[in-house]
Design a protein around this ligand. Structure first.
Ligand SMILES: [Zn+2]
Length: 81
């Protein structure tokens, strides 16, 4: 089931510097996701992805003043154990 509440990512946002270092094989990370240290947050104009490792902008989406529909709910699995 794919909804806005399940992982629907089909294109990861990756810091180009992190990607270069990971692909050079000089890191001990198993995946680029493990190596990445990204902060994601709202800004005055939209939403920014920031690389904590390199202290650089990765992606900054300008909402151009639009209020976009956003879902902050999450699905949690419960167990009876
Ligand atoms: Zn980086």
């Amino acid at each position: 089931m794919r909804t806005s509440l399940t992982n629907s990512i089909n294109g990861y946002v990756i810091c180009s510097q992190c990607q270069s270092e990971f692909e050079s094989g000089t890191t001990d990370a198993g995946t680029i996701q493990e190596y990445s240290r990204l902060d994601v947050g709202f800004t005055d104009i939209g939403l920014q992805v920031w690389c904590r490792r390199h202290e650089i902008n990765v992606c900054h989406i300008d909402f151009e003043g639009n209020e976009l529909e956003t879902d902050f709910r999450c699905l949690l699995e419960y167990s009876d154990n």
